[in-house]
Design a protein around this ligand. Structure first.
Ligand code: ATP
Ligand code: MG
Length: 326
């Protein structure tokens, strides 16, 4: 449904997007996860034909965003970062206005408005001026606007910003219900948001894609299966197997550095004391023993810490065991 190939966006000297490629299948919900200034909004503006990419191509439902913007816009519902609502209109007046712009009229317009007012819980505020609504309700009106013409593709720029926890859950539920029948891209800088509603997460930082994975895979890194790093001066041939026989140790990996072992342990079990005893009594020359915990936040922060010159690939590699189980 959405096909982005090598798009680059430059603002003068500044490169906001650097050869970004990804795709979204029909019915899929994709999260665009990244810190402030990563390029999320820029990507969405290109996809919604608000501005062209400097290089590369973006296609939506088979139409080129630069060459066939009308066809693209017809199939997209877009919730921009700042909801495009008119303060001086009531909710109903505004939705009527948007609906007409979208070519809806008569009974179809009325039915579409009813559907969205109901779906977004706007019943109690529909006759109030948008300017007098709370931020969360304005956000809901923005979502109603995006959904009104029942587009097959939704592009939602930080859809839950400004909502209270209950509303956040409701909107997430709504997005989950759209999955299957709609293709959705939502941007967020909140990890749980990405993992809660999406089938795939693209992590973007400094205009580049630094990781792409399923929430399950990302959570697997989050799972914090306790890991221990052990460095020995003179390991023996049977060190691997003997470490593995320590109760609570599930896997032993040998990492790149000589004499260094990575132990994957049962959650909540601290095997350090036992491992230290084994190393000392076996005469392996214990140099270092430390617990490593890698939360999804750690992974995310490291992946997006580009300013400090950290190569993303090195981080991904560091987060994974260096070799197959011994
Ligand atoms: N119109 C513009 N002119 C110049 N630079 C811009 C313009 N719009 C965005 N940028 C720059 O492009 C980069 C990406 O911005 P973008 O708004 O896409 O980030 P974002 O991921 O949406 O961030 P946020 O989480 O803060 O919304 C930033 O460095 C930003 O300063
Ligand atoms: Mg943004």
């Amino acid at each position: 449904m959405i096909e982005v190939q090598q798009i680059t966006k430059r603002y003068g000297q500044h490169t906001a997007l650097d050869r970004v490629s990804f795709s979204v299948a029909k019915g899929e919900v994709l999260a665009f996860l990244g810190p402030n200034g990563a390029g999320k909004t820029t990507t969405m503006r290109i996809l919604t034909c608000f501005m062209p990419a400097t290089e590369g191509t973006a296609r939506v439902a088979g139409f080129d965003c630069a060459d066939q913007p009308l066809e693209v816009k017809r199939r997209i519902g877009y919730l921009p970062e700042t909801p495009p609502v008119y303060q001086e209109l009531t909710v109903t007046e505004y939705l009527q206005f948007v609906g007409r712009l979208r070519g809806l009229s008569g009974k179809i317009l009325t039915a579409s408005m009813q559907r969205e007012v109901e779906r977004l819980g706007l019943g109690t505020v529909q006759h109030r001026l948008i300017g007098n609504l709370s931020r969360g309700y304005r956000q809901r009106v923005g979502l109603a606007q995006a959904l009104l013409h029942d587009p097959p593709i939704l592009i939602l720029d930080e859809p839950t910003v400004g909502l209270d926890p209950k509303q956040i859950l409701e909107i997430r539920e709504l997005i989950k219900n759209l999955a299957g029948s709609h293709s959705v891209i939502l941007s967020t800088h909140i990890l749980p948001e990405a993992t809660a509603v999406c089938q795939r997460v693209v992590i973007i930082s400094g205009g580049r894609i630094v990781a792409e994975d399923t929430p399950e895979q990302l959570s697997a890194r989050l799972r914090q299966s306790e890991k221990i790093s052990l460095t020995l001066k003179s390991p023996a041939a049977d060190t691997d197997s003997r470490l593995k026989s320590v109760q609570g140790v599930q896997n032993v990996f040998t990492s790149g550095a000589p004499g260094t072992f990575l132990l994957e342990c049962e959650l909540g079990r601290d095997v350090r004391e036992e491992v230290a005893r084994l190393a000392v009594t076996s005469g392996w020359g214990l140099l270092e023993l430390k617990a490593i915990s890698m939360t999804l936040e750690d992974v995310f922060l490291q992946l997006t810490r580009h300013e400090e010159g950290l190569a993303p690939d090195a981080v991904t590699a560091a987060a994974e065991p260096a070799s197959q189980p011994a």
